[in-house]
Design a protein around this ligand. Structure first.
Ligand code: NAD
Length: 289
């Protein structure tokens, strides 16, 4: 397929390369010259505008920083410029309301669109092992699945338009809250005189067990290898966790959902980022507890 790819940053760069590896003809655009150079090295054809990149495309995939940019790129440069037969797939993490608004505008112009945000970081984007959560009709999902499968290990239909974004922020709100709970628990265990490896051995086989503990332990030297063992470098940046928690708080407000734990996690991550830790992995919040 001829696939236009918009946004070739930390995530999009590797995703576009995996589409090339799967045999697609990838027509790429990014505002940053370095991203375009990498895309060319990975076998993409690059363009100087979105409008040129989407000409004649069978599908358009985007991986952009936020909802305002997604809305402006689609409304100004994709809708009305890509053929209406092109499937539109936005993989960025954005707010549910904007995802639905852009999909509605695309639908009105005769396009089929899905929101398809991802779970998994830069390593999963490069390795083609992302998990996609897809919002759109059954027909849209059937068309999107084989394209997304070339970039991921799992492609799941979350529901109607916007449901992919809803699933993503619900998951990450749970992750943020469970990481804070895991961190404060280890900090308390230490103050109570427990050996932290011993506590891990007990709790990882007891009812306190959770992913933040057993797959991503925030304590250096305890549990499997994680960013804690690497000075909290790499992994999932605090700034990105905070972005997702802010999106979750906005969605909770719109939906009238009461989320006291998610709200507290957002406050704690906000303070941690403001204290100069935005670039550290999100499990580094243990240092503040
Ligand atoms: P990034 O900043 O590395 O990449 C974004 C790219 O978009 C940049 O190269 C930028 O130049 C480009 N861009 C911005 N405006 C543009 C425009 N108008 N036209 C074309 N290109 C434009 O960000 P990233 O880490 O790749 O994240 C992308 C998305 O993926 C975000 O929505 C993020 O929340 C989500 N996400 C990131 C991770 C992660 O671990 N990095 C994990 C899951 C989801």
């Amino acid at each position: 397929m001829k696939i236009a790819f918009i946004g070739l940053g930390n995530m999009g760069g590797g995703m576009a390369a995996n589409l090339v590896n799967a045999g697609h003809d990838v027509h790429a655009f990014d505002l940053a010259e370095a991203a375009l150079t990498r895309a060319r090295e990975n076998g993409c054809t690059t363009y100087t505008s979105v409008k040129e990149a989407v000409q004649g495309a069978d599908a358009v995939v985007s991986m952009l920083p936020n909802g305002a940019i997604v809305k402006s790129v689609y409304s100004a440069d994709v809708i009305g410029h890509a053929p209406t037969s092109a499937l539109l797939l936005d993989c960025s993490t954005i707010d549910v309301a904007t995802a639905r608004e852009v999909a509605t505008a695309a639908d009105a112009a005769g396009y089929v669109m899905v929101d398809a945000p991802v779970s998994g970081g830069i390593a999963a984007a490069n390795g083609g092992t992302l998990t996609f959560m897809v919002g759109g009709s059954d027909e849209a999902f059937a068309r999107a699945e084989p394209i997304l499968a070339a970039m991921g290990k799992a492609v799941i239909h979350a529901g109607a338009s916007g449901a992919g974004q809803a699933a993503k922020i619900c998951n990450n709100m749970l992750l943020g809250a469970s990481m804070v709970a895991t961190c404060e628990t280890f900090a308390m265990a230490e103050k109570l005189g427990l050996d932290l490896q011993t506590f891990y051995d007990i709790s990882s086989k007891a009812s306190g067990q959770c992913w933040s503990m057993t797959s991503y332990c925030p304590v250096p030297g305890v549990g499997p290898q994680s960013p804690a063992d690497n000075g909290y470098q790499g992994g999932f940046a605090t700034a990105l966790m905070l972005k997702d928690l802010k999106l979750a708080m906005a969605a909770a407000k719109d939906a009238g959902a009461d989320v006291p734990m998610g709200q507290r996690a957002e406050e704690l991550y906000s303070a941690f980022a403001d204290a100069g830790n935005a670039g550290l992995d999100f499990s580094a919040i243990i240092k503040s507890l």
